[in-house]
Ligand binder design. Structure first.
Ligand code: NAD
Ligand code: WQD
Length: 332
């Protein structure tokens, strides 16, 4: 089976490429390298000892997108490509709408032109806004608090409309919770440009003394220790969920939506303490005001993914913090 991964040199795409190659699938990557590096292609090949085909192209270019998909004729497409920084999306919303929506429409149309009906989409737990209760199930009402989240909601709606008109389509929408960590080889991992917005890459930079201290956004939330609680999932586990989704699409079930998390919430303080203990290093921190737009607590019900995708996470919080630090030490 041939799988085409858009955004395939990005953080989650690269880990999924490794899992797909290990499973014996043929893998094609497309990425404009706006948020990743070409060296990731070699890293994927080194880890798997297999060849991958890579196209450095922008999926907002319809002609290029059609050309690649017509040439490759993939059996399934996993669509990771997109801009993902929440804060940036508030500042440049049109860029986010253009990049994330136009690229998706081009990929879908190009797939249609070659009769490829199997699509897996990277959505996000951000579509749940501030949940009224926990754990979050797939039936919860969705809403967006920023343009990034709204691109995910719009694309989910587009996919439902498209599938209604085309009963042959098989579409898996995966709503990721908080992916962290890196491949155990430390050859691929999370590599954000500039100062990280997300917790784990910020912690690793502080541990490496690249940043003086972690600022913990709020210690007065109604949570176990006052700091924000999230459902962190190891990126290798998350990558494996895509392999389960590939199988699911073969069952011809139309549009299906799955949370991909561990079902367990950890606080910021628990993350810091686990990181310190496992890696035997201090992470200085101070408490500052809450970050605008943050919610107190968020974790998934993973019952549906366990039952229907037969997906179960295997890696622990210790694996997450250890692999994240190993990657940072090797690369920065
Ligand atoms: P990433 O930025 O590492 O990977 C996305 C890749 O898409 C990048 O390599 C980028 O260069 C590429 N890209 C962007 N626009 C493109 C375009 N027009 N044409 C071709 N390539 C393009 O991000 P990631 O963390 O790997 O996320 C993958 C997907 O998962 C994204 O859609 C993101 O919104 C979603 N997601 C991520 C998280 C997270 O916390 N990392 C959580 C939920 C959902
Ligand atoms: C986690 C916790 C912060 C940084 C974001 C997006 C979401 C999804 C995943 C794409 C929170 C706290 C963080 C710091 C801190 N991405 N924190 N100091 O906000 O849950 O989700 O990434 O879809 O859409 O919104 O993740 O890693 O930024 O924060 O105290 O320097 O860490 O307040 O409680 P978040 P995060």
């Amino acid at each position: 089976m041939k799988i085409l991964l858009t955004g395939g040199t990005g953080y989650i795409g690269a880990h999924t490429a490794v899992e797909a190659l290990n499973k014996g699938y043929e893998v094609v990557l497309v990425d404009n390298l706006s948020n990743s590096k070409k060296s990731v292609v070699n890293a994927i090949e080194q880890i798997t000892n297999k060849k991958v085909k890579f196209y450095q192209k922008d999926l907002c270019n319809k002609k290029d997108t059609f050309k690649i998909i017509a040439k490759e004729k993939p059996d399934q497409v996993i669509h990771f490509a997109g801009l993902k920084a929440v804060g940036e999306s508030v500042k440049i919303p049109l860029k986010y709408y253009e990049n994330n929506l136009v690229s998706t429409l081009n990929v879908l149309e190009a797939m249609q032109s070659v009769g490829c009906n199997n699509f897996i989409f990277s959505s996000s737990a951000t579509v749940y806004g501030e949940p009224k209760k926990l754990p979050i199930t797939e039936e919860f009402l969705v809403s967006a608090t920023n343009p990034y989240g709204r691109t995910k909601l719009f694309i989910e709606e587009i996919l439902r409309d498209y599938a209604k008109a085309n009963p042959n389509l098989n579409i898996c929408i995966l709503r990721y919770f908080n992916p962290v960590g890196a491949h155990p080889s430390a050859l691929i991992g999370e590599d954000p440009n500039g100062i990280p917005n997300n917790l784990m890459p910020y912690i690793t930079k502080v541990a490496m003394k690249k940043l003086p201290e972690l600022k913990i956004f709020g210690n007065d939330y109604p949570t176990k220790d006052g700091t924000g609680v999230r459902d962190y999932i190891h990126v290798v586990d998350l990558a494996r969920a895509h392999i389960c989704a590939i199988d699911k699409n073969l069952e011809n079930t139309g549009v299906t939506v799955y949370n991909v998390g561990t079902g367990v919430g950890y606080s910021v303080l628990e993350m810091v303490q686990t990181f310190e203990k496992v890696n035997n290093i201090l992470v200085p921190y101070s408490f500052v005001a809450r970050r605008a737009g943050d919610i107190p607590e968020c974790y998934a019900s993973n019952a549906k993914a366990e039952k229907e995708l037969r997906f179960k996470t295997q890696l622990s919080l210790e694996d997450m913090v250890k692999s994240a630090y190993e990657y940072e030490k090797k690369h920065n």
